[in-house]
Design a protein around this ligand. Structure first.
Ligand SMILES: NC(=O)c1ccc[n+]([C@@H]2O[C@H](COP(=O)([O-])OP(=O)(O)OC[C@H]3O[C@@H](n4cnc5c(N)ncnc54)[C@H](O)[C@@H]3O)[C@@H](O)[C@H]2O)c1
Ligand SMILES: C[N+](C)(C)CC=O
Length: 486
């Protein structure tokens, strides 16, 4: 496990590591010790220019290749990621604080899944023939050009892959800016794509905070922006992209509901609530942080939830594979989460488990459960992005659905019931981009993922993502002479 996680340089541009120490230093802080474990510099205007210029040049050659050859590069990159999964997972665990037991199965590997999936689709992307009586038309599916990807800090490698894979499969180039909190994983992806045969410049990584992202979006060479981040950032990025009439994908925050009906398998519902609130220490966009539990099973549900948190959580060094619960990514995130826990107490929610910082080094917050939460409480309305689960009571289905929908967010939702007709009926009424029945937070690459309302625009994964990284050219073919009125 003694991998040196320090990158060769801050950026990866035109096929190689690039440094420019004139950029603002960005320390990489280990969430378990609070120590600086690496340092990168924000991209200067010169680095940004090289990244965009080399991406523009590489895109033209890449788009001219046989699609199946493009797909083969992506599939080779997936194979390299799988071979190097342990090394990449250790890197991800050190960058984010997430336990290795998670990163080994859910981070780089899910990125490899996307590269495999879109690598396989690359050769199947076509237009269509449209009969028009005697005349006819056809469509050509074309790439957009240079795309910008901007990432959040909770799944750094997965996010980079989920954006790069469909973009490159469609014949685009990408300049990716990781979150300034977790800058390392995307650099590895850039190296691996080159090793797999991608032309230099096709996938560049530049570091920095919002201003670097804003500079990329403002550039006229950029055709599309795909952001994973919070709703406030999404609104700013969407507005900036609209000013340049650019395509967007917005993967934003949520305050998702899980509805647990009296007829549900309680143990399974508790499992879903744990998975949907405490995996990655609660730092997952689609988490089901508002758990609506029907009154008949509420006390049993709470009892089992508290028991399983008491006996099941193993907190500790993320690199110890027995650990299943890590710290918050940063001190700042820990303070935000602790502030919400305090608000929950102040506003009268009943604390069932956790409730504060853990007495150990690092940014650990105990898995926290509040019961008797009402719809108007701050912890029921705002995205916390940490391990805080709110249990809300309900009596009847229509009331639960109306309350579940009464939010500006619409990323995801879950339903636990043994009545499958009810499961489908409720899902049809929920305003959310991704729903699960008797499961939670499973996001296989085959299934489109994304939000409605303020939670996002567009979809990642599934064949649907292709629509967001390509455009159609329509061609009308006349079989006879042209006809004019005069
Ligand atoms: N829907 C999804 O798929 C998904 C997945 C993971 C995380 N998220 C969301 O991400 C958020 C947590 O991540 P975060 O704290 O890094 O989010 P954030 O909004 O603070 O930052 C996201 C990214 O946007 C960049 N950025 C900030 N301002 C910008 C600007 N004006 N122009 C361009 N780029 C700018 C940041 O540097 C960062 O790289 C949560 O809200 C979470 O729900 C969503
Ligand atoms: C997209 N997902 C759910 C895997 C991680 C979001 O934070």
């Amino acid at each position: 496990m003694a991998f040196d996680i320090r990158p060769a340089a801050s950026h990866f541009v035109n096929g190689q590591p690039v440094e420019d120490e004139a950029g603002t230093p960005i320390p990489v802080i280990c969430p378990v010790t609070g120590d600086e474990i690496a340092r990168v510099h924000a991209a200067t205007p010169a680095v940004i220019e090289d990244a965009l210029a080399s991406a523009e040049a590489a895109q033209k050659d890449w788009a001219a290749m046989m699609p199946r050859e493009r797909g083969a590069v992506l599939k080779r990159a997936a194979a390299i990621i799988r071979e190097r999964n342990r090394e990449l997972s250790v890197l991800e665990s050190r960058d984010t604080g997430k336990p290795l037991s998670e990163t080994l199965v859910a981070d780089a590997t899910s990125g490899a899944d996307a590269l495999d999936f879109f690598g396989g689709l690359a050769a199947t992307l076509t237009g269509e023939h449209i009969p028009l009586g005697g005349d006819w038309a056809y469509t050509i599916r074309e790439p957009l050009g240079v795309c910008v990807g901007i990432g959040a800090w909770n799944y750094p490698t997965q996010i980079a892959c989920w954006k790069a894979a469909p973009a490159l499969a469609c014949g685009n180039a990408m300049v990716f800016k990781p979150s300034e909190t977790t800058p390392l994983g995307a650099l590895k992806l850039a190296e691996i794509l080159v090793e797999a045969g991608a032309p230099p410049g096709l996938f560049n990584v530049v570091q920095g905070a919002g201003e670097v992202g804003a500079a990329l979006i403002a550039d006229a060479r950029v055709a599309k922006v795909s952001l994973t981040g919070s709703v406030p950032t999404g609104k700013r990025v969407y507005a900036a992209a609209a000013a340049g009439m650019k395509h967007v994908t917005m993967e934003l925050g949520g305050k998702s509901p899980i509805l647990v009906f009296d007829d549900a398998d309680v143990e399974n519902a508790v499992t879903g609530a744990i998975l949907g609130n405490f995996y990655s220490s609660g730092q997952i966009c689609s988490n089901g942080t508002r758990v609506f539990v029907q009154s008949g099973i509420k006390e049993r549900f709470l009892e089992r939830l508290a028991e399983r948190l008491e006996s099941g959580v193993v907190m500790g060094d993320p690199l110890d594979e027995a650990t299943n619960y890590g710290p918050m990514v940063s001190e700042r995130q820990m303070e935000i989460v602790l502030g919400y826990i305090e608000k929950g107490r102040e506003e009268g929610a009943r604390l069932i488990a956790g409730g504060g910082r853990v007495d150990r080094p690092g940014f650990f917050v105990a898995p926290t459960v509040f019961a008797d939460v009402t719809d108007d409480m701050t912890i029921a309305r705002e995205e916390i992005f940490g391990p805080v689960l709110s249990v809300l009571d309900f009596e009847d289905e229509a009331d639960a659905v109306a309350r579940a929908n009464a939010t500006e967010f619409g990323l995801a939702a879950g339903v636990y019931t043994s009545d499958l007709a009810r499961g489908h009926r409720v899902v049809a009424a929920l305003r959310a981009g991704t729903c699960w029945i008797n499961a939670y937070n499973l996001t296989p690459v085959e299934m489109p993922f994304g939000g409605v309302k303020s939670s996002g625009v567009g979809r990642e994964n599934g064949r649907a993502a292709i629509e967001h990284y390509s455009q159609l050219k329509s061609v009308y073919v006349a079989m006879g002479a042209s006809d004019a009125p005069f």
